[in-house]
Design a protein. Structure first.
Length: 153
C-alpha cells in the first residue's frame, strides 16, 4: 500500500522550505493624507482669494434683498424713473446678467418707459470701451450716473 503524503511535505519526502519573514512596508498613508489635506487647503484658499466657488468676493454692499438690471422709482414730479444698471467689464458690456452689444443696450434704453437713468458700474473697464458708452449716452441725450463724463487720456 502506498504511503499517503502529508500536506507539509513535497513528493520526495523533503520538508517544505522555511517561510520567509514578511516585512511590512510603510505605505506612506500618513504622508498621502497630509498632502491631500494640504491640497484641499490650497484649493479653498484659491477659491476664497479669486472669488469663485461658494465664497464670492465679499464686495457686495447691498441689503441682500437681490438686484435687478432695472429699478423703477417715482420722482418728486410723479414721473417714473427707470434706473438701468450696466457694467463695463474689460471690453464688454453686461446688462441683465448677460453680455450685450452697445447698440443693443442703447436700443433697450430707448424702449424703456418714463425717464431713464443709466447707472454705469466700472469693473476693470477698458478706457475706450467706457468712453464709447459715455459718448453714445451723451449723443442720445440719455442721463447716466457713474464714472465722470469724460475719460482722461
Amino acid at each position: 500500500m502506498a504511503k499517503s503524503n502529508p500536506k507539509n511535505t513535497k513528493p520526495g519526502g523533503a520538508p517544505p522550505p522555511p517561510k520567509e519573514k514578511v516585512v511590512k512596508k510603510n505605505s506612506g498613508c500618513f504622508i498621502g493624507i497630509l498632502l491631500l489635506l494640504l491640497l484641499i487647503a490650497l484649493l479653498l484658499f484659491l477659491m476664497k482669494h479669486f472669488g469663485f466657488g461658494f465664497f464670492g468676493d465679499g464686495d457686495g454692499s447691498g441689503s441682500g434683498s437681490g438686484t435687478s438690471a432695472s429699478d423703477t422709482l417715482i420722482d418728486g414730479k410723479g414721473m417714473e424713473e427707470n434706473i438701468l444698471n450696466v457694467t463695463v467689464l474689460g471690453n464688454e458690456y453686461i446688462y441683465d446678467n448677460s453680455k450685450i452689444e452697445l447698440t443693443d443696450f442703447i436700443a433697450e434704453v430707448k424702449k424703456s418707459d418714463g425717464k431713464v437713468i443709466v447707472h454705469i458700474n466700472d469693473d476693470n473697464a477698458y478706457q475706450d470701451t467706457m468712453q464709447a458708452l459715455i459718448d453714445e449716452l451723451e449723443k442720445e441725450s440719455i442721463e447716466y450716473t457713474g464714472p465722470s463724463a469724460t475719460v482722461d487720456d
